[in-house]
Design a protein around this ligand. Structure first.
Ligand code: TAP
Length: 479
């Protein structure tokens, strides 16, 4: 049974300004245009703040500031000096972790337990990790004299706002690039707080610039002629547009796009552990995760047992106020995303799959979707093929390992997969055949700054994280 918990007082620890400008050249400036956007709390629909909607002229100013900072300071600074700034940023993030976690949960809708225990520690870890590389780039195995690329245009989505920022900014700065970053329209607040952190860390002006706005702002940024590198995380659809628009230019591009991961449970798996992994795989962050295990492939012989255990476990999850520490499932990030999840779920029913959710009171205000299972799913169903990006699990079955591989790979995506079995040899056999950038064994959604992450096929190209993540921000030609 779900309970909706009332909002506690923790939002008092954040200081949200009513209105934000753009962060360009180390200063808060007004947009040159008049357009403004609002960001709301998806759990209550209350307006949190208003912010500038940057236009082409604003983007131009931001890129010019990044270029100047690159040419005059950052691109020339020894790696050990850059490292000091990154270590400082990491420490400030740690010091302000509580406040940033609350801000993230307010703006995004994710449970505070996740923003506090997953997002924020990983944000700090990314800055610490790449700070460590800044003075060792020639030992990264990328050639004797790697050089930065210049100005990086970075566009990120709303599902892990500050963590995606860290994935982009930490390696870019460690390698000596300067940055103009555009956060998603529905979650700008932690990126704007990060601008303040750059000031606290005394980062030279122009090294990091934050331009808020919507898709047109992102487009102006990636199309800007003075950008050397484009790093994008978001939908495959927008990724395609970006790839087309930079084709033939000198810009280097990395794209982290969508996914439709299979979580594959064999009959010999430790069942309780697998149930936890499947729940974490799809319901973590309301399923707003590019590598979410949105397809459960279960071996036919244990289907009934696994489903019964899964339903029992789902009935214990609490959906409600993201700021309540007991909440497991928070709010859906936006009305548009909720509409998309509803539409695909209705298509699942229409196409003949059976829908199940635990009984669950839905708060009147805000955007909510209960954890949902679909059984009797065929590979041709839209819920088995399309990314839902919500708390919806499609259950399919298989008999043999070969069939599991075939079904798991039967998707245009190739970001991640999970394998649950006690047999080590089977893990290796499966990992060798699954067309996925990450294969987790007896775990899921586990991240580490030292591990490269990225996709095959329509999930994008390039890797973020680890030593491989440096390559995206370096020119590796010998001098
Ligand atoms: P998108 O609609 O693609 O938006 C991503 C970012 O691109 C946002 O900042 C968006 O701005 C901006 N944007 C929109 N149109 C643009 C254009 N024409 N040119 C340049 N930028 C543009 O995705 P989303 O809805 O935010 O995020 C969900 C998707 O991201 C899912 O498909 C998910 O799988 C994928 N994702 C992938 C990963 C990895 S690591 N592979 C991680 C997280 C998310 P506005 O939001 O302001 O419109």
């Amino acid at each position: 049974m779900f309970e909706y918990a009332p909002a506690p007082e923790s939002r008092d620890i954040v200081d949200i300004r009513p209105s934000y400008g753009l962060f360009i050249n180390g200063e808060w400036v007004d947009s040159l245009g008049d357009a403004r956007d609002k960001t709301i709390n998806p759990a209550s629909e209350e307006v949190l703040a208003e912010f500038a909607h940057a236009n082409e002229a604003d983007v131009d100013r931001a890129v010019a500031a990044a270029r100047k900072a690159y040419d005059s300071v950052w691109g020339r600074l020894p790696g050990r000096e850059r490292a000091k700034y990154l270590f400082r940023i990491a420490r400030v993030v740690q010091e302000r972790a509580r406040e940033l976690a609350v801000l993230e949960s307010l703006d995004n809708g994710k449970p505070i337990r996740e923003s506090r225990d997953v997002d924020l520690p990983l944000v700090a870890a990314h800055f610490f990790y790449y700070a460590g590389w800044a003075d060792k780039l020639e030992h990264a195995g990328l050639g004797p004299a790697p050089r930065p690329l210049g100005v990086a245009a970075q566009v990120i989505p709303w599902n892990f706002p500050l963590l995606m920022l860290a994935w982009k900014i930490a390696p870019a700065l460690a390698c000596g690039n300067t940055v103009v970053l555009k956060p998603a329209e529905t979650t700008p607040l932690t990126a704007l707080a990060f601008a303040e952190i750059c000031r606290q860390a005394d980062l030279p002006p122009g090294v990091v610039n934050i331009v808020t706005g919507a898709g047109d702002t992102g487009q102006a940024l990636v199309n800007h002629p003075d950008v050397d590198k484009v790093a994008f995380t978001g939908s495959t659809e927008v990724g395609r547009l970006i790839a087309r628009s930079v084709a033939g230019s000198r810009k280097r591009v990395t794209l982290e796009l969508g996914g439709k991961a299979a979580n594959i449970v064999f009959e010999d798996a430790a069942l309780d552990q697998a149930v936890e992994g499947v729940v974490n795989g799809i319901f973590f962050n309301q399923g707003h995760v590019c590598c979410a295990g949105s397809r459960l492939l279960v071996q036919e012989s244990i289907e009934a047992e696994l489903l019964a255990a899964l339903k029992r476990r789902l009935s214990t999850l609490r959906m409600g106020d993201p700021l309540d520490k007991n909440t497991d499932i928070g709010a859906i990030n936006s009305a548009a995303q909720l509409a998309k999840i509803r539409e695909l779920s209705e298509a699942g029913e229409r196409e003949g799959a059976e829908r199940w959710s635990p009984s669950c009171p839905i708060p009147e205000k805000g955007f909510w979707f209960p954890p949902t299972l679909f059984t009797g799913v065929a590979q041709s169903h839209r819920i088995a093929r399309e990314e839902i990006f919500g708390p919806v699990l499609s259950v399919l079955t298989f008999r043999t390992p070969a069939e599991a591989v075939e079904k798991a790979n039967n998707t245009p995506y190739g970001l991640s997969a999970g394998v649950w079995t006690e047999k080590g040899s089977r893990i290796l056999w499966m990992a060798d055949r699954l067309r996925a950038g990450v294969v987790w064994a007896n775990t899921f959604n586990r991240f580490d700054p030292a591990s490269p992450f990225g996709g095959y096929k329509e999930s994008g190209y390039g890797r973020e994280g680890g030593r491989h993540g440096l390559e995206a921000y370096l020119d590796v030609r010998p001098m």
